[in-house]
Design a protein around this ligand. Structure first.
Ligand SMILES: [Zn+2]
Ligand SMILES: [Zn+2]
Length: 788
């Protein structure tokens, strides 16, 4: 059978069924073995797995499979993150509906139904790339179990006085119509225009530059820097706001940048963060020109109900007509946008729930240091985020599909009434509080909180959500978890919030290690639908198989972006053919020798090499360095095992005496098994297939992926072993070079002369050297290959 006949689709399908049927990856809560637990990232149900997923889940699976083969009792659950805004947006798109144009209840039902339909197909993608999760330990962040834990988290933080509700300006997305947290805001560079607009002070013109003229109706003051001599004369005077005609005070503040624009600025209550600081510092009135819907409010007079951009255009036009627009300078500047939809963030006054944590910044840095980061430098992203925190965590969303707040308000006095723990999960819209009357005013009128908890508030409980799926006694052994694997883009979202929650609830870090993966690029560029440079992992698996895809992914380093190269996947495919054929050759020619025979010197030297390889790979994987491990085993397989060792011993296998054959057989069987085991974390399908077909009947273990990590062979190492083996290979390669230089067949018979020292060093492997080079004799002297 040649490689072309290897049907990877059939093999992978069969092996997947075998793993599932035999529950190979089942976590055993009765086991006494050491536990290795993983806080698996729950992917957002988004239609299908993308290449970045395939890549980063493969990276974590290498480590998990290694740990399992080392004998750990592995806890590797699987979840899907399917609540909140991302799911709403997906359902709106796929089902062509608008959440705010249908009854809330109906929309929530539609979301749940959609998820039920989509989830199994979505999860199948993860199974197909060979992720070794225990599919019996599964959750969805919208299921009853997760809702309960998420709401418990809220209650616990409420009792600890870590959550509060406040009616204040907060970041707001006019497109999604919800409050957003600092972490959900991104910087985006956009083209904009500085408009020089005339404010009047008496009969004098005061020119103010602004990118947001539509905020004129919300203007509450103008500011200049106290050291700016140009404007000193206006101190204490008032400026008349153009188009709207009302007057505002002219004030000094050090936060003004003298060199930006004209050095004098207008302050509108909710323009940006500085505007809000000014409002507080100078006790200015609060004016809201933009509504939650993203249109102009009453304050804007004739511009009322216009969308922001439209209002801007019309006001500029009117200013121009009246000669109040002096100059327009195009600029590029950074604005805050909502990461979900790219819409510019506004500040809107609204009632929102927050987690109070700004007081903990110093502790947060300490907690981050207590984690072991792979790679280490990723901790800086965490540190920078903590240092730049300016807001408490906004956790309420004015949306529909998500975990509800376990909260009601007294309709009469506004008292907050929280659910009792035994009520959870609770839906305040449908359920009633346990108390019959308001504890403050005795009213029987309760108003439910209709906001939902932000999706990260729930997913940041993932360790507890997963752990609480097993029995109580085992739960204690699982926390803190061994590993949180995840991509770098959500360090500030998921990693940070999970860590903070765990400290607030339990005063403990949730995991010991974090492994951070990078992105997949194509020719160095980020893949995106708009660029049309998307590679689908499903297509790669279809054409080359999951093993080939994983083989490519294994060359990447943690934390680093990695280019997709089809040629690497093709090499993966070649590898599968090669190991398939090598195994076939070995079992055609050798029988398993159960007792270690007296080893031929070549075999001993080879096994010493293999011993060193086992040590190197084990060390690399212990430090989460899968790419080093893969590189080492790959080199060994191609350059030492197939190119050389198999060629060296062929003759001995066919023509050797009993002892020579036995030594070769023992070495071949055991080295091949070791190689399969070392490859097993990377290419789990083909290694399982070959193990089942050839080794299982001798080895007994149900799967190569269970407790099978190779141990070093018990062989005495001598001082010159490595040097001797390398010399052996070097001479073979020199002979081969000579043959190809002379355009001779590799099988051409030669007479070989090697240096006396080399001859002496290789004296007990000369028989193998002779046969691999097809030398009829080997003499001492200057190196020479003579064709006979
Ligand atoms: Zn948005
Ligand atoms: Zn009350």
């Amino acid at each position: 059978m040649t490689g072309k006949n290897i049907n990877h689709k059939e093999i992978e399908k069969k092996i997947l069924q075998f793993w599932e049927k035999e529950k190979i990856f089942k976590f055993n809560s009765k086991s006494k073995e050491k536990i290795y637990s993983v806080d698996t990232p729950p992917p957002t149900v988004s239609g299908e797995m993308h290449i970045g997923h395939a890549f980063s889940y493969a990276q974590q699976d290498f480590i998990v499979r290694f740990k399992r083969m080392q004998g750990y009792n592995v806890f590797y659950p699987f979840g899907t993150d399917d609540n909140g805004l991302p799911t709403e947006r997906l359902v709106e798109k796929k089902k062509d509906v608008k959440s705010n144009e249908m009854p809330r209840d109906e929309f929530v039902k539609l979301c749940l139904k959609f998820l039920e339909e989509e989830r199994p197909r979505f999860i199948q993608d993860w199974k197909n790339i060979g992720i070794s999760c225990d599919w019996g330990i599964m959750y969805s962040t919208i299921d009853k179990h997760s809702r309960k834990i998420s709401q418990w988290s809220f209650l616990d933080l409420y009792k600890k006085e870590r959550v509060y509700r406040k009616d204040a300006p907060a970041m707001w997305c006019p497109e999604c119509k919800t409050g957003v947290a600092q972490v959900e805001v991104q910087d985006k560079e956009i083209d904009s225009v500085f408009n020089d607009i005339i404010f009047k002070v008496g009969s004098e013109n005061l020119v103010i530059a602004t990118t947001r003229p539509e905020l004129l109706p919300a203007c509450v003051a103008v500011f200049y820097h106290p050291e700016d001599k140009r404007y000193k004369k206006y101190k204490g005077k008032k400026a008349k706001v153009p188009l709207f005609g009302f007057e505002v005070p002219i004030l000094e503040d050090e936060r003004v940048d003298k060199d930006k624009g004209t050095g004098i600025v207008m302050c509108c209550t909710f323009g940006d963060q500085t505007d809000m600081e000014w409002q507080k510092a100078h006790n200015l009135p609060i004016k809201m020109a933009i509504s939650r819907e993203g249109v102009m409010t009453e304050l804007a007079g004739k511009y009322k109900n216009l969308k922001i951009k439209k209002a801007r255009e019309e006001m500029l036009e009117d200013l121009r007509k009246r000669g109040l627009l002096v100059k327009q300078i195009p600029i590029k500047h950074f604005v805050n946008v909502h990461e979900r939809c790219g819409t510019e963030i506004e500040f809107v006054k609204s009632k929102q729930w927050f987690v109070r944590y700004l007081d903990l910044k110093r502790d947060m840095l300490k907690w981050g240091k207590e984690l072991k980061w792979f790679p280490d430098y990723m901790r800086h992203r965490y540190d920078n985020w903590v240092k730049g925190l300016q807001w408490d965590w906004l956790i309420s969303n004015q949306r529909y599909f998500g975990v509800p707040f376990p909260v009601w308000y007294c309709g009469k006095c506004g008292e907050i009434i929280i659910a009792k723990e035994e009520q959870l999960p609770v839906d305040p819209i449908r359920d009633k509080p346990v108390v019959k009357t308001c504890p403050k005013c005795n009213s029987k009128d309760f108003v439910p909180e209709t906001d939902i908890l932000n999706t990260w508030f729930t997913s940041s409980m993932s360790p507890q959500i997963a752990i609480k799926l097993v029995d109580l006694k085992t739960q204690k052994k699982l926390f803190p978890m061994s590993l949180r694997p995840q991509a770098h883009d959500i360090i500030t979202f998921w990693l940070f919030n999970t860590l903070v929650k765990s400290r607030l609830h339990y005063n403990k870090n949730p995991w010991k290690n974090v492994a951070i993966s990078g992105f997949v690029t194509l020719k160095g560029e980020k893949m995106s639908k708009s660029k049309g440079n998307i590679i689908r992992p499903q297509d790669i698996i279809e054409e080359y198989g999951a093993d080939a895809l994983r083989y490519w992914a294994a060359s990447s380093k943690l934390g680093e972006d990695f280019d997709y190269q089809e040629k690497d996947v093709i090499t993966g495919r070649r590898f599968i053919t090669k190991i398939f054929n090598a195994t076939k050759f070995v079992f055609l020619n050798v029988k398993r020798i159960s007792r270690k025979p007296k080893l031929h010197e070549t075999d001993r030297l080879f096994l010493i090499q293999l011993n060193n390889l086992i040590k190197k790979i084990t060390n690399a994987l212990e430090s989460y360095n899968h790419s080093k491990a893969k590189l080492e085993i790959d080199n060994f397989f191609w350059n030492i095992f197939t190119d050389n060792y198999l060629e060296i011993i062929k003759n001995r296998v066919y023509n050797g005496n009993k002892n020579e054959k036995e030594s070769a057989s023992y070495t071949l069987y055991n080295s091949l098994l070791t190689i399969l085991k070392l490859f097993a974390p990377f290419t789990p399908f083909i290694t399982e297939e070959l193990y089942q077909n050839y080794f299982r009947k001798y080895e007994g273990l149900k799967s190569i992926h269970l407790n099978a990590w190779p141990k070093v062979f018990n062989i005495k190492e001598k001082k010159e072993d490595n040097k001797k083996f390398l010399l052996f290979l070097e001479i073979i390669s020199r002979v081969r070079r000579e043959k190809s230089k002379e355009k001779k067949s590799m099988k051409a018979e030669v007479s070989l002369t090697i240096k006396k020292n080399d001859f002496m060093m290789l004296k007990d492997v000369l028989d193998d050297l002779k046969s691999v080079c097809n030398a009829k004799e080997i003499r001492k002297g200057n190196f020479k290959v003579k064709f006979v």
